[in-house]
Each structure stands twice: as structure tokens, then as C-alpha cells.
Design a protein around this ligand. Sequence first.
Ligand code: FAQ
Length: 312
Amino acid sequence: MDLLKLQESFDAKIEKGDCIEPKDWMPDDYRKTLIRQISQHAHSEIVGMLPEGNWITRAPSLRRKMVLLAKVQDEGGHGLYLYSAAETMGISRDEMIEQLHSGKAKYSSIFNYPTLTWADIGAIGWLVDGAAIMNQVMLQRTSYGPYARAMVRICKEESFHQRQGYEIMSVLAAGTHEQKAMAQDALNRWWWPSLMMFGPPDADSPHTAQSVRWKIKRETNDELRNKFVDRTVPQAEFIGLKVPDKDLKWNEAKQGYDWGKINWDEFYNVIKGNGPCNKERLEARRKAHENGAWVREAAAAYAAKQQQKAAA
Ligand code: FAQ
């Protein structure tokens, strides 16, 4: 088929809402956009294990420890599904890891903030997983088949994560004066960075318009951010916490909240590598990769041996 026909058949599938599958023809830029987005998403899941992993040994009870351990393992699993989905587009796992370690590939800004108290674990589950689901529910209908299918399972798990975080916050908010203050402090520190997770405003987002045309994104950064605010503010009020935004106000006419200004300088500074924990996070990932070298060598040797046996 000539290029024009291939492009027409691709456009028709997108228009109809069919999935694009790995062996289908696709424009180079569609492939590049997806490799960028899926690999950055995978990196976010893996780097996202670090701030919470920091509290596994200090969880306040055995039950809390078991739940946190399971959650952090889930995030590792999400990273693996996503690396596999990206591999179907022709990039290798090694290349993606190299791009993370060299600083060429991004991961979510949110994971460059420190987890200072136990309440931060509640805030991450409630707000960070809450924001992640808001974005990922639409990605279940993204136009690339392997990415959409990976999202279905990830969303189920993220929804459990969000609830466990909200439950931690509810218990703290209903606890002693000190516990409630700790929950409020965590909300104060995580609120604005969670809103930044959705990416720059639509007007400043270089990729959104094209990604919406390709149905990679089904909703824009600002649409999702507004939905998140509308859904989360009543949850904070329900447990007696205050969202740290003096401009937050219900707008009856639009049936949604009006809210304050995000500090976009902070966001760009963090994604440039200058957030509070960027260096620490990348160092931890590089070290984990070096320490895992013997596992990869052993697995490769085992696979080679199995192949030899099968060929004999
Ligand atoms: N952080 O034009 P746009 C999770 C970059 S998973 C860092 O709007 P796009 C689970 C963007 O890459 C969280 N960089 O770009 C969990 C681009 O730079 P580039 C991760 C950001 O792709 C919970 C530039 O800014 N979720 O949390 C961020 O159309 C708890 C311009 O931006 C996903 O990755 C940011 N926040 O929209 C794990 C979801 N925002 O590449 C552990 C999939 C933007 O040109 C514990 N990704 N940038 O150099 C997406 O939906 C999209 O990629 C967006 C960005 C919405 C993140």
C-alpha cells in the first residue's frame, strides 16, 4: 500500500475509535509521542516507589505496613506493564532505562518531593493516586491498544490505592490534635504539586492538541485538573481538612470550583531537574540498576541455556 493509503486507513481507524495495534502502520510522530508518554509513565511508576518505600520500615502498625508494601509492589507491576506496552512500539527496555538514568526522559514531577511524615503516605494515596486515576481512566480509551489494555488493570489497583490513602487521612484527621495537624500539613504540602501532575495549562502544552486529535488523550490537562479539584475538595471537607487555597470558591453557575493560581515556575524548575529530591531519586534508581546487574546476567544466562536445550 502506498503511504497515502496507509495514512488514510490510520486516520479512518482513529476517527472510528478503533484501536491501533503494534503491527498496524502508524505515522512516525504518533509512534514517537506514544513512546515518550508511555515510557515516562512507566518511569513515574518506578520512581514513584521511592517516596513511599521510604516509609515501609516505619509504618505505624503491621496492617499499615502490609498494605503499603502491597501498594508499592503494585506500582512496580504498573511500571512493568507499561515498559512492555512501550516495547511493542519498537524501543527496548534497556534504551528506556538508559534515557531515565541519563536524565533524557522525564518522570512525574510529583515524585521529586520528600515524604516527611506518615501523613504524607496518606496524602500520596489520596491525592497523587487520585490525580493519577483521573488521568488514567481516560487512558483506558486511548487509541493505542496495548496502552489502553494495560490501563484497565492499573486503574483497578490505583483505585484501591486512592482509598487506602484517604482512609489514612481520615483516621489521622479524626485523631489527636497532633495527628490532625500532621494530616493538614501533608495536605498543605501535596495539594499544589498534585495539581501540577496534570501538566502545563492547555494553552502552554505543546503536545495536547495533537494528542487529542490522535485520541491518545481523551481529555486535556486543564479539563482533568478541574475535575480533580471538583472531586477532591468535598473529600477534604468531609474529613475536616482545609484545602490550602484562599481563592477556592464554589461557582454555582458552572457547577464547579473556582480556584487559585498554580506556581508554574516551581513546576518547570522541578521538571528541569531542580526539585527538592530529583538528584536523590535518580541516584537511587541508578544504584538499584547497578545492584541488579547480577540478576539480569543470571536471567539472561538461564534463558540462553533454555534456548540451547530447546534447539538440541
Ligand atoms: N511531570 O504538552 P504536555 C502515578 C512534561 S503515575 C513531569 O502537557 P503531554 C502512579 C511533558 O512530558 C503519574 N513532566 O505533555 C503512582 C512534556 O515534556 P516532553 C504519571 C511533565 O505528554 C502513584 C512537557 O511537560 N502519569 O502517579 C508533567 O501531552 C503513587 C509538556 O507537557 C502519567 O505519566 C509532569 N507532571 O501531557 C505511582 C500519565 N506534565 O516530554 C507511585 C500518562 C507534563 O516534551 C505512587 N501521561 N510534563 O519533554 C500523560 O497523561 C501525559 O504525558 C501528561 C503530560 C498529562 C503527564
